[in-house]
Design a protein around this ligand. Structure first.
Ligand code: TYM
Length: 343
C-alpha cells in the first residue's frame, strides 16, 4: 500500500532555540510547504519528560511558535499546533508502549546521555520518550520527517514500531480492510551541511540548549553584536582554511564553522572552501558573522513582533490543533478497531 506523502516534525519548547535547531530543523521546514502536506508540532508533552517550570513552558511554547512563523511557516498551508492539545498523541503512545520493547529504549543514546549515571531517578516519560515520538509521526501517517542528525536513532525506532505494529496485527489489518500495511515506514530527511551543528567552544560536542557555556551557541534571539562576538570568540586552530573538504579532517572546529557558513549562505562546503581556501580565520570569521547576522537578526525581529500578539499565536495553535485532531481521530478510530478495543 502506498501512502500519500506527508511531512511531520516537532521541536521541544524547553529553552532557548539555537542555530542548530534552526539549520537542522526549522529552516528546512519552510520549503517543504511548497511540495508536501506538512504538520509541524510544538512538542510540549516531550518537554515535560524533564522538569519544566510551568511559566517557562508556556512562554517557550509561544516563543517556538513565533519562531516557526518568523522563519516563514504559513499556518494556512501547514498545520502548526502544540502536542498537548491533541490527546490522541498520548493514546497512541500508550499503545506503542505496549508494542515497543524495553531493550529498544535502553539502546537509545539520548536516553543514556540524558539519564546519565542516575537512570533510576529519571522519569518514566524520559525512558518512553521515543514511543511518544513514534506516535507523533504515525498518528499522521507521515512519510517524511526532517530533523537534525541527533534524531536519526529515534526515527529508526519509529520505523521499528511501525513495522512491528503492521506485523503483529497483519491479520486484522487485512481482515478489516485497512490494506496491507497500516502505518508507513517513515523516511528521515537528514541531508546537506549543518545537520549536526557543533558547539562554538568544542567542535566535538553538539550545540545544545543544555551546554552551561552561553558562548557555545548562537541563539535565535541574539542581537547582531552578540552573534558577531560569539563567532569572534569561537574556538579555532591557527591554520588557514583548506581548499578542499578532505583538508578539514581532524579539524572539528574549522569544519563546523565551514558547515555553518555553507548552510547559511546556501552553498556547498566545496564552494565555501573554494572561496576561502588559504585564508585564515581573521578573514573567515567576519564573513561568517555577516551571513549569520543577515539571517538571524531579522528573524529575531520578526519573532518579537509575533510575540507582541500572544493571543494571535494562541489562535493559530488552536486552529492547527483542530485540523490535526481531524487526522488524529481518524487514525485512532482505526487503531482501536484493529487492536480490538470495543466502542
Ligand atoms: P529537539 O527539540 O531536541 O530539537 C529540535 C530539532 O533541532 C535539531 N537539532 C539540531 N540540528 C543540528 N545541529 C544541532 N546541534 C541540533 N540540535 C538540535 C534536532 O535534530 C531536531 O530536528 N525528539 C525531538 C522532538 C520530536 C520530534 C518528534 C521530531 C518529538 N517528536 C517527531 C520529529 C518528529 C527533539 O527532542 O528535538
Amino acid at each position: 500500500m502506498s501512502f500519500a506523502p506527508r511531512v511531520f516534525s516537532g521541536i521541544q519548547p524547553s529553552g532557548d532555540l539555537h542555530l542548530g535547531n534552526y539549520l537542522g530543523a526549522i529552516r528546512r521546514f519552510v520549503p517543504l510547504q511548497e511540495t508536501h502536506d506538512c504538520v509541524y508540532c510544538v512538542v510540549d508533552m516531550h518537554a515535560i519528560t524533564v522538569w519544566q517550570n510551568p511559566e517557562d513552558l508556556a512562554r517557550s511554547t509561544l516563543e517556538l511558535t513565533a519562531a516557526y512563523l518568523a522563519a516563514g511557516l504559513d499556518p494556512k498551508r501547514a498545520i502548526i499546533f502544540n502536542q498537548s492539545q491533541v490527546v490522541e498523541h498520548a493514546e497512541l503512545a500508550w499503545i506503542f508502549n505496549c508494542i515497543a520493547r524495553m531493550g529498544w529504549m535502553q539502546r537509545m543514546t539520548q536516553w543514556k546521555e540524558k539519564s546519565g549515571k542516575n537512570a533510576e531517578a529519571a522519569s518514566l516519560g524520559l525512558f518512553a520518550y521515543p514511543s511518544l515520538m513514534a506516535a507523533d509521526i504515525l498518528l499522521y501517517k507521515a512519510t517524511h520527517v526532517p530533523v537534525g542528525e541527533d534524531q536519526k536513532q529515534h526515527l529508526e525506532l519509529t520505523r521499528d514500531v511501525a513495522q512491528k505494529f503492521n506485523n503483529d496485527f497483519s491479520e486484522w489489518i487485512a481482515k478489516k480492510g485497512y490494506g496491507e500495511n497500516f502505518f508507513p515506514i517513515t523516511e528521515p530527511m537528514i541531508s546537506g551541511p549543518a545537520m549536526r551543528v557543533m558547539s562554538l567552544k568544542d567542535g566535538t560536542k553538539k550545540m545544545s540548549k543544555s551546554d552551561p557555556a552561553d558562548t557555545s551557541r548562537i541563539l535565535l534571539t541574539d542581537d547582531a553584536d552578540t552573534i558577531a562576538k560569539k563567532i569572534r570568540r569561537a574556538t579555532t586552530d591557527p591554520e588557514p582554511l583548506p581548499s578542499e573538504p578532505k583538508g578539514l579532517a581532524g579539524r572539528a572546529e574549522a569544519a563546523n564553522l565551514v558547515e555553518i557558513y555553507a548552510a547559511l549562505a546556501g552553498i556547498s562546503v566545496e564552494d565555501t572552501l573554494k572561496a576561502f581556501g588559504g585564508k585564515g580565520f581573521g578573514v573567515f570569521k567576519p564573513a561568517l558573522a555577516e551571513v549569520a547576522v543577515a539571517e538571524i537578526a531579522p528573524l529575531a525581529e520578526r519573532m518579537r513582533r509575533y510575540l507582541d500578539a500572544p493571543d494571535e499565536i494562541r489562535a493559530i495553535l488552536a486552529d492547527g490543533a483542530a485540523r490535526a485532531r481531524v487526522i488524529a481521530q481518524k487514525t485512532m478510530r482505526e487503531v482501536r478497531d484493529i487492536v480490538g478495543f470495543v466502542g
